[in-house]
Design a protein around this ligand. Sequence first.
Ligand code: SF4
Length: 230
Amino acid sequence: MVATKAPPRSTRRRVRALTRRLERSYGRATRRRIDPLDELMLTILSQNTSDTNRDRAYQALRARFADWEAVRVAPRVELEAAIRPAGLWKQKARVLQETLNALFEEQGELDLSHLADLTDGEIIEYLTGLRGVGVKTAACVLCFSLGRPYMPVDTHVHRVARRLGLIPARATAEQAHELLNRDSSVPPELRFAFHIQLIRHGRAVCRAGRPACNHCVLEDLCPKVGVQTR
Ligand code: SF4
């Protein structure tokens, strides 16, 4: 069991400095705002693929089917063909339809606009109660669609935050969500930007295999937790 004690107060200052440094390198992050159900479907397509392939699959899906009800009842093979650019199309087609079916059974319609009236915790609880929806996907709906100050933790954010010492080295993704979204950790107004910048940095420099620490703009701010240095 990994302790989830509150991060020290200095963490907020560090996060501000890290965000400034990353923004100078990668540019400021811009936020997309789409309907919550659209965002939920887009996030399911985004698992283990690039943003470009995710967007190609999403556009093909919207062009092929009139609305989400048409996706829900579509023959599985047609749905798989439409989202092929996203990869893992069999698994993703199944999750898309399972999620839409769960929502339909729950509400009798395909609409998530009522989420705007709920608290962050209530939204996470509601969405993760739908089959196929995990905490990261729910956090993306909160952050991107509803504009809430909530930081999704994907594989890049998780890895880079660990190496930077912002979370314990053995923290799980669920614990990372909880820790990084505390007010004593990432300041609420920076959660969206910091999420985007850590993903950019995780893809470009602080990669899973061998991070390029010698070329990293955060080198002097990073304890390199768990990184082999010679
Ligand atoms: S110094 Fe190395 S471990 Fe730290 S953020 Fe940069 S690439 Fe990652």
